[in-house]
Design a protein around this ligand. Sequence first.
Ligand SMILES: [Zn+2]
Length: 538
Amino acid sequence: MSLRGLLDLGRAAAGLPAFLRHPLGLAAAGAAVAAGVRRREAAFLESVERLIFAAPCSPLARLLRWAGCEAGDLRRMVAADGVEAALARLRAAGVWVSAEELRGRAPLRRSGLTLELAPRDFDNPLAAGRIAGATSGSTGSALPVRYSWPFLAGEAAHELLLLASHGLGDAPVALWLPGPPGIAGLHNLLVHAKLGRPPRRWLSPSPAPAAGSGLPYHADRGWRVMRHLLPRLGPAPEWMPPERAAEVARWLAESPRPAVLKCFAGAAMRVAGAAAAAGLDLSRHLVLAGGEPLTAERRDFLARAGLRVYARYAATETGFVAGACPAGENGGDMHLYADRLAVIATEQGALAFTSLSLAAPKVLLNVELGDHGLLRQQPCDCALGREGLVWRVAEVHSPAKIALEGIKVGEVDFAELVAGVVRELGGGADDFQIWLGDGANGGARPTVVLSPQARIEPAALRDGLRRRLPALAGGGALAAALWCDAGALAVERLPLRLGPDAKMRRLVRLQRSEPAARAGSDPPPPARPLLPGGAGGG
Ligand SMILES: [Zn+2]
């Protein structure tokens, strides 16, 4: 482990006892969120002044200077029209950052301004005593992100209100999220530890890292030592691979009280399938699913299986973003955590995030993360709405495009289409992936990969795609002709890939210049999973 890594772990560990000393209760959580809502205009101005204007070399300070915006201008705009209107005016003036720019994959270019960026340029200069995690990223490789203890305490307040809004504030909780060094499981565990009620079980879809694997091994060992010293942290991760979903379903079924399972949306599908196969009734329990969108197809399946699944929205750069209202439609209508974040949507629906907290891991000002969604304001009488969280976000998805032979279609649409054909042919969700390499025209070039275990012939899948593609909105007919008839779309049988966080995703982004699909070559490098809806989630 690097010296920096050791120092970080040591500093983070030093803050833990204080973090755990005073568990957060419901009244204090509500008061904290309501106070945040009341002072969000002041918090916005304070964040911009102390985290951006006070760091004149930071990319956001340079962008504001380029736009001719000074602190006084911002104060006037916020006083006149509020935070969101001020942000919309800033965006119109060119003050925004794309997901590619945030992650350092493209320089930020505006007329007369070019900034070469690295992800650390957006780190919060004030956050200290931090716990580091690696994100799998919405569209790429691992980025280190550091959460401070005050930040995690704020997340705990949101989480408690979310559980309370569903009537499950003191329910037993299990996590089915990856163990260290991934951030999603640890993040959720620490939040529950702050509530004084650690999860009953931490089921990890990834095995404990092997000795000799470097940082992952040390992170795992370090965590096991820490929780031994501080039992209030809760359980150590137990390996529970995806194919053992029936055991997770049984844990829920056997819980004497209504229980909560936190996992990724794909894992919720497996639990629902396993429960239906075993005749288990899970309708008393709640699944909070993040990481991937709850598409209409998924919601139908879950509803048929009798599983109550509600969405959570989190991204590594922001932490928790939103949690689903119990009264909302389809389990996907979420209260935005607007005491700590301001979000505006572009005309195309792209969500742009602004951090309102001095404890935020990243300094964000109209920063896009690659997600689209619908925003609105609506009062509500649930535990989240009562504290003033009136902003809602729904239909969160990633509209990234697949491109081949000059034809672009939506990644999520294409993935749904392939899933439909695979199902028609008698296959399941674990039988295929779509691997995306870099296309010449800025889109991702797809290869459809069938698992060696899938009882589907590649030729049959190719024929099925040819039949179904013309129905795909926005380019489907041309794609059918140019991708299938001209033989451009590859369908191959290869072992499927897990992401670095051990998640099995439908969409896997390949490293630049990595051959898309060549059987019999060297062992594949780690895949870069694509994660609509952000990474910190679960
Ligand atoms: Zn509500």
